[in-house]
Ligand binder design. Structure first.
Ligand code: MN
Length: 484
């Protein structure tokens, strides 16, 4: 570009933060990409970032939008529109979701359907992990094709009937992952132990949601983590452990890393900030925090923060998989309302999927978090003195972009990168309430918590999609990201 030609847009006077440093500088954007970082840059348009942090857009690589979960196929309440609008308003500009083939469907057929569903509605860029939900010859033969379609990470579940792999199957899967230099990402819990403990609680008449955490003990997660890491070592595969919650599981990851093995781990916002005391609430209320793994003890929360600080854990995700209270209660398969950028609409009545309240093991698992991740980690990390600004950027954006081969297109502010940027106001105080959020769900576990620091303006590929906290983007503008 000629020196005289102005850039499309210049973001002026902000404090630009990356995973490595913080500088006072202007950021110039042209053609949807970052063109320059410096001073006195000339633009056709300007954004004033005085007093604001200019951050790389958040990367949340663990979300479940519009996901028909479990045998009842209750669909997670955020679809590709409401979920990505919520993500954008919370400062996240890239999500990685999952492809889960149904019986009779090839992995690639499932991918194409899921990609088209997302592309029609998503307002930010998106990618997928392929669920390694069977290890038959046809699926193993599909691994190469899946990689060529841009999914270089495969999810393996050690729990959940219907999608989990046995150890023998997991070994085959990991060998295929290793052969193709891909990454295995693993939900580590001990399936047999869970099944037995669920059976025991139900037999004792303990059907309420408060019993859920008693069936998914931290030691079972730690055991499965150690087993998964051993299988990865045997197969020679790179492995990432999703939603680490227990100190003992984290220690297993640290030991593997200390031995030089290619192992990483993540933690969810809720496992940093919420404890299992929430299961003591009255009646059916704890259904809202029925998720797997469950919320843990305060000592585990402290261990997770320590893991983020010492590198035992690599980044923070949400596992965003919300269900409305009516869905949790068995009264609806799909959500009863849809929060659109222009207002909320009610959806048609439908038959319940459960007769009466479901027992704890039948409740759709998961909770909301896609919109509150960045502010919560900022507040409890940076404001609380646990994380530096660069740590915060690394843990919410850069490290995940690197692991999942999106870097340097995503996860940084540097010439040539996509102009996915967040103008973050470190002084803005917000008391979180479900009503004010864009997430398509009628509660948040962070209700009434106050945080200082909130995204004000968000850009995706140079386009302002959130302006002064209001979504202004267009439906379906998000693109599929191939990750070779
Ligand atoms: Mn998940």
């Amino acid at each position: 570009m000629a020196a005289s030609e102005p850039y499309d847009l210049v973001i002026q006077y902000g404090r630009v933060v990356t995973a490595s440093d913080t500088v006072e500088a202007d950021v110039a954007v042209t053609g949807g990409k970052i063109a320059a970082i410096g001073h006195g840059l000339q633009g056709r348009e300007y954004l004033d970032a005085r007093g604001l942090l200019v951050l790389p857009g958040g990367v949340d690589p663990h979300v479940h939008l519009q996901y028909p979960q479990g045998p009842n196929r209750v669909v997670s309440a955020d679809d590709w529109l409401t979920g990505t609008v919520a993500a954008a308003c919370g400062g996240t500009t890239t999500v990685i979701d999952f492809v889960e083939a149904r019986p009779g469907q090839t992995w690639m057929q499932a991918f194409e359907a899921r990609r088209d569903q997302a592309a029609a509605q998503a307002v930010i860029d998106f990618s997928f992990h392929m669920s390694f939900n069977r290890a038959d010859a046809a699926s193993l033969a599909e691994v190469k094709t899946v990689l060529e379609a841009g999914m270089s990470s495969f999810k393996i579940y050690m729990a959940y009937d219907g999608i989990r792999l046995t150890d023998a199957e997991m070994l085959l899967a990991l060998e295929a992952v290793a052969e193709h230099d891909a990454l295995a990402i693993v939900h580590a819990e001990n399936h047999a132990v869970i099944m037995r403990l669920v059976e025991r609680q139900l037999a004792a008449g303990h059907v309420e949601p408060r019993w859920h955490p008693h069936t998914r003990p931290a030691a079972g997660e730690a055991e499965a983590t150690e087993r998964a890491l051993a299988l990865a070592e045997i197969a020679g595969a790179s492995m990432h452990i999703v939603h680490v919650t227990a100190e003992r599981g984290l220690e297993a990851i640290r030991r593997s890393r200390a031995r030089g093995l290619p192992v990483t781990g993540e933690v969810c916002t809720q496992h940093l900030l919420l404890t299992d005391a929430l299961y003591d609430k009255e009646g059916f209320e704890p259904a809202k925090v029925c998720m797997a793994p469950p919320l843990r003890k305060p000592s585990d929360l402290a261990a997770m923060w320590a893991g983020l600080r010492d590198g035992g854990l690599d980044f923070v995700v949400t596992d965003h998989c919300p269900f409305t209270y009516a869905q949790k209660s068995g009264r609806r398969r799909s959500p009863e309302f849809r929060k659109l950028p222009g207002g909320t609409v009610q959806t048609d009545p439908e038959a319940p999927w459960s007769e009466g309240l479901p027992s704890f093991n039948q409740i759709p698992g998961g909770g909301p978090g896609i919109e509150t991740r960045m502010p919560l980690v900022y507040h409890h990390g940076v404001n609380a003195g646990r994380l530096s600004l660069s740590d915060f950027v690394n843990l919410t954006s850069t490290a995940a972009a690197r692991l999942y081969r999106l870097y340097p297109r995503k996860g940084t502010i540097a010439p040539g990168a996509d102009a996915d940027l967040v103008l973050f106001d470190p002084d803005r105080e917000v008391t979180i309430t479900a009503d004010a959020l864009h997430q398509n769900v009628d509660y948040t576990p962070y209700e009434a918590m106050t945080v200082k620091g909130w995204p004000r303006t968000v850009l995706s590929r140079g386009e302002v999609i959130v302006r002064e906290e209001a979504f202004v983007g267009t439906i379906g503008r998000g693109s599929y990201l191939s990750r070779p």
